[in-house]
Design a protein around this ligand. Structure first.
Ligand code: DX5
Ligand code: ZN
Length: 221
């Protein structure tokens, strides 16, 4: 599970992060929005910078921004462990991959619901993670778009065991089994974790459900 900070209480961020960290989370998903690539603005470098010393979690930054080449460096320096860029924002994705890698962090490539899986074939071997959006990015709390499952199934066989397949948007108790069965190994959840009375418990329950599904279906653990 990768809890998404977007649904956390911004007035007590460190506290909310600690709750999921204490509950066994390993990854924190950080939704960065620029108001251009997506019709919303969330948070940026200063927030990540301040959170960094407060948490040992792997920081998975989801850059919903039009210019990753310009901003990758400050996001890496702020303490991100992985930078996810959107395939839709560039005609030269390999350049973006190489630039992010040169900053000493991991690289993820992300696809919007309307983008065909084949758009990432030119860089798939060069990334550490593929992120499939199961909602249109910009807002939390939206409904899972089922066509994301076909995309996960199309991408999974092309990944090596050391590469991860992440899914983001509308993930909760009713969608975790389908997403895992389709091949996702990393599940982003905002509302279904932080918008609950006990975020730590909510995350653990989703994680248990994901593991049970992986065992039952023999999909990637
Ligand atoms: C959407 C973000 C997601 C969002 C998911 O733009 O990329 O990470 O936080 O929120 P939920 O889990 O509520 O769909
Ligand atoms: Zn996200």
């Amino acid at each position: 599970m990768a809890p998404s900070l977007l649904a956390a209480d911004f007035a007590r961020l460190a506290d909310h992060v600690r709750q999921v960290e204490d509950a066994g989370a390993e990854i924190l998903h950080l939704d960065v929005m620029d108001g251009h690539f997506v019709p919303n603005i969330s948070f940026g470098v200063p927030v990540i910078e301040k959170l960094r010393p407060a948490s040992g979690l792997f920081f998975d930054a989801h850059l919903m921004i039009t210019d990753p080449l310009k901003y990758a460096e400050p996001f890496a320096k702020a303490g991100s462990d992985l930078l996810n860029f959107h395939i839709e924002v560039t005609d030269t994705p390999m350049k973006v991959v190489e630039h992010i890698r040169s900053l000493g962090v991991r690289v993820g490539v992300t696809l919007n619901p309307g983008t065909d899986a084949s758009a990432i074939w030119p860089v798939i071997e060069a990334v550490d993670l593929v992120l499939v959006m199961s909602v249109w990015p910009g807002f939390g709390g939206q409904e899972f778009i089922p066509s994301a499952l076909d995309k996960l199934r199309a991408i999974r066989p092309r990944l090596r065991p050391d590469q991860r397949l992440e899914v983001d948007g509308g993930i909760g108790p009713t969608t975790v089994p389908d997403a895992v069965a389709a091949g996702a190994d990393t599940l982003v959840a905002g509302t279904a974790v932080f918008d609950q009375d006990d975020p730590g418990k909510a995350m653990r329950d989703l994680e248990r459900l994901a593991r049970q599904t992986a065992e039952r279906t023999g999909s990637h653990p």
